[in-house]
Write a protein that binds this ligand. Structure first.
Ligand code: GTP
Ligand code: MG
Length: 302
C-alpha cells in the first residue's frame, strides 16, 4: 500500500546522489575526487560537520584497504554511509502494550497532522486500534483538519474546544482510549515556533500528562522535520529536545526536495533515528525508514 523507500528517493537519486557516481568516474583517486565528493555531500544537505567526518572515515578506509581507483570508492562510500545510521533501539510503536501513547511535535507546517493521518492508516492496517487526540487547540482549523484525517483513516478523534487546554484534551484522550479498548493513541500538538517560551511550556504539560497517566508514556515522541528546511531543521530540533524527550524523527516532504543528506546529520548531530519518511500529501505517502534500503536507494540506477 505504501510507497517503497526506493520510489521515495527517485528525485534524490537522479539529482544529487546520482551525480556522485559520475564525479567519482573511472580514473585514480585524486585530491580533486575528494573535493568534488565533499561539495556534493554538502549540497545534498548532509551538513558540514557530518560531511567532514564522513570524508575522513572514507579516507581512512581507502588507506586501510589500499583502494586507488575512484570507482572503488562507491562501495566504500556506501559502507561508511550505512555505518553512520547506527541501528536505533526498538521502535516503541511496534511493541505490544495495553496502550501506546505517541506525541507528535514540530514547528508550524512541518507536516505533523498529515503524518498523523498517514500513521493512523499505517498502524490500523497492522491491526492496531488507533485513536487520535486533537492536542492542537491553538489554531482554529486544526481540530477540523485532524478530524478529516480521522475520517480518511477511519479512526476516532478525541477533541475539545478551540482555545482549550491541550493537556486536558490529552488526558481525555487517554481515558477514552482505555475505556474503549484502543491500544495506540497519537497526540497531535500545535505547531510552534521553537523560540516561543509559553508554547514550549504547554508542550511540556502535555508530555507530563502522558507520563503521569500511562506507564512509561509517552512511548515515542516523534519530531516532524520538513526536508526542504535543510540544516535549519537541526536548530529547531535542538530546541524541542530541550523541552521534551524526543525519540525519533519523521522526515517529511522528501518528494519536494532532492536533499536526502539530512538523514545523516539527523543521526550524527542529533543522535536521533529517522522512523518514517513522508513523500507526498496523500495518505499512502509514507515509508517506514530502513537504513539499508535508504543507503541503497540513494544510488541504485532507476
Ligand atoms: N509534498 C509534501 N507535502 C506534505 C508532506 N507532508 C505534509 N505536507 C503538506 O504540508 C502542509 C502542512 O502540513 P500539516 O500536516 O498541516 O502540518 P502541521 O505540522 O500539522 O502544521 P500546523 O498544524 O500548522 O503546525 C500541508 O499542505 C501538507 O499537505 C509531504 O511528505 N510531502
Ligand atoms: Mg497541524
Amino acid at each position: 500500500m505504501f510507497k517503497s523507500i526506493r520510489e521515495s528517493l527517485s528525485r534524490t537519486r537522479t539529482t544529487v546522489f546520482g551525480q556522485i557516481a559520475s564525479v567519482l568516474g573511472a580514473g585514480d583517486i585524486t585530491e580533486e575526487t575528494w573535493e568534488d565528493l565533499e561539495a556534493l555531500l554538502i549540497q545534498a544537505d548532509m551538513g558540514v560537520p557530518t560531511t567532514l567526518e564522513l570524508v575522513e572515515a572514507l579516507r581512512d578506509r581507502v588507506r586501510r584497504e589500499g583502494l586507488y581507483r575512484a570507482d572503488q570508492l562507491m562501495g566504500a562510500l556506501k559502507k561508511e554511509l550505512r555505518a553512520m545510521l547506527v541501528d536505533p533501539p526498538e521502535f516503541g510503536l511496534e511493541a505490544p502494550r495495553l496502550l501506546t501513547v505517541v506525541m507528535v511535535v514540530g514547528v508550524n507546517g512541518s507536516g505533523k497532522t498529515t503524518s498523523i493521518g498517514k500513521l493512523a492508516q499505517h498502524y490500523k492496517g497492522r491491526g492496531r486500534k488507533v485513536m487520535l487526540v486533537a492536542g492542537d487547540t491553538f489554531r482554529a482549523a486544526a481540530i477540523e483538519q485532524l478530524e478529516i484525517w480521522g475520517t480518511r483513516a477511519e479512526v476516532p478523534v478525541i477533541a475539545g474546544q478551540p482555545g482549550g487546554d491541550p493537556a486536558a484534551v490529552t488526558y481525555d484522550g487517554i481515558r477514552a482510549a482505555r475505556a474503549r479498548g484502543y491500544d495506540l493513541l497519537i497526540v497531535d500538538t500545535a505547531g510552534r515556533l521553537h523560540t516561543k517560551y509559553n508554547l514550549m511550556k504547554e508542550l511540556e504539560k502535555v508530555y507530563g500528562v502522558c507520563r503521569k497517566s500511562v506507564h512509561r508514556a509517552p512511548h515515542e515522541v516523534l519530531l516532524v522535520l520538513d526536508a526542504p528546511t535543510g540544516q535549519n531543521a537541526l536548530v529547531q530540533a535542538t530546541k524541542f529536545k530541550e523541552s521534551v524527550q524526543v525519540t525519533g524523527v519523521v522526515l517529511t516532504k522528501l518528494d519536494s526536495t532532492a536533499k536526502g543528506g539530512m538523514v545523516f546529520s539527523i543521526y550524527r548531530e542529533l543522535g536521533l533515528p529517522v522512523r518514517f519518511i513522508g513523500t507526498g500529501e496523500r495518505i499512502q505517502d509514507l515509508a517506514p525508514f530502513d537504513a539499508d534500503q535508504f543507503v541503497n536507494g540513494l544510488f541504485e540506477n532507476s
